[in-house]
Ligand binder design. Structure first.
Ligand code: SF4
Length: 82
């Protein structure tokens, strides 16, 4: 599958020019799920996670987000593509 993830969150470690996400995988979750889980619960664990429901786009988020330059860029096990 040739997938492109477009994103405008420019302070994310995985963000790149042209509003492209360079993460090799991401986890989109509900806000309530993300608020209760540590950073290590992310895309690399996706197959083990129970599906959830959001009801509105405002209740979803990218759990893979990590601030650029932070010391947490390896916490979730996701790799940045070149
Ligand atoms: S990891 Fe999420 S927030 Fe970061 S660039 Fe990709 S889609 Fe955007």
């Amino acid at each position: 599958m040739n997938q492109h993830i477009h994103c405008i969150v420019s302070d994310c470690h995985y963000w790149d020019h042209g509003n492209m996400c360079r993460a090799n995988e991401i986890l989109v979750s509900t806000d309530s799920f993300a608020n209760k889980r540590p950073d290590r619960v992310d895309a690399t664990m996706a197959k083990q996670l129970a599906p959830d429901t959001a009801g509105t786009c405002m209740s979803t988020c990218c759990k893979t987000y990590v601030p650029a330059g932070s010391n947490q860029i390896n916490a979730d096990g996701v790799k940045r593509m070149t």
